[in-house]
Design a protein. Structure first.
Length: 208
């Protein structure tokens, strides 16, 4: 398994070499389910969980692995590999979790580009796009606004201009998943070794 296909580069390699002991390998989290991570590593795909020392040193949930994280792993022949530490995050999507105290929870890390998907139907909400833009800029990822269901709006040019006015320098792409139109404009962002995430409310067409 080639880690470079998952975004491994010289900067990440240098970070790993600076903190890894002999016998440890790098991995990237591609799936997270409660306390168990699915990792891609030079040894193939492994199940992983954080070590006891990791748990002891974690200040809160934001310190735990999430999808996209690069981690330092100790593989075992049987049983899950142990995750000893995280490499520095280049970007992170953080949300506030209410409770006795407001806490930060990281939803995904090391995303290069985020598609902010909005449906141009009855759910279209201009202010929601503004909030998504703020979230993307705060994360460190580069935003691209994707306006889906463009076939429903005869005034699509005006809608695109309206969104561009609040997102200077941000690409705004109008697509219709139903009519299979406009998606070719997203191709420049869908390139090897780059990570793309989708952000949008239910029903806007993210899965499509």
């Amino acid at each position: 398994m080639e880690l470079k296909d998952y975004g491994w580069d010289a900067e990440t390699a240098a970070q790993f070499e600076a903190c890894a002991d002999p016998g440890l390998v790098p991995g990237r989290v591609v799936r997270q389910s409660r306390d168990r991570s699915t990792l891609v590593t030079p040894l193939g795909e492994l199940a992983g969980e954080v070590s006891g020392r990791f748990r002891h040193g974690a200040a809160g949930s934001a310190d735990y692995p999430v999808v996209g994280d690069w981690v330092v792993v100790e593989p075992f022949g049987e049983g899950p590999a142990l995750i000893h530490s995280l490499l520095p995050r280049r970007s992170a999507f953080v949300r506030k979790v209410a409770g006795e105290a407001v806490m930060a929870q990281v939803a995904a890390a090391n995303v290069d580009t985020v598609f902010l998907v909005s449906g141009l139907d009855g759910d279209y909400n201009f202010r929601r796009i503004e909030r998504y833009l703020a979230t993307a800029w705060a994360s460190g990822a580069a935003p691209v606004v994707v306006l889906n269901k463009a076939d429903l709006r005869p005034d699509i040019d005006e809608v695109v201009a309206e969104v561009r006015a609040i997102a200077p320098g941000v690409p705004v792409v109008a697509v219709s998943a139903l009519a299979e139109e406009g998606a070719e404009a997203l191709a420049p962002y869908l390139v090897p070794r780059k990570t793309v995430a989708l952000l949008g409310s239910s029903g806007v067409g993210k899965s499509t």
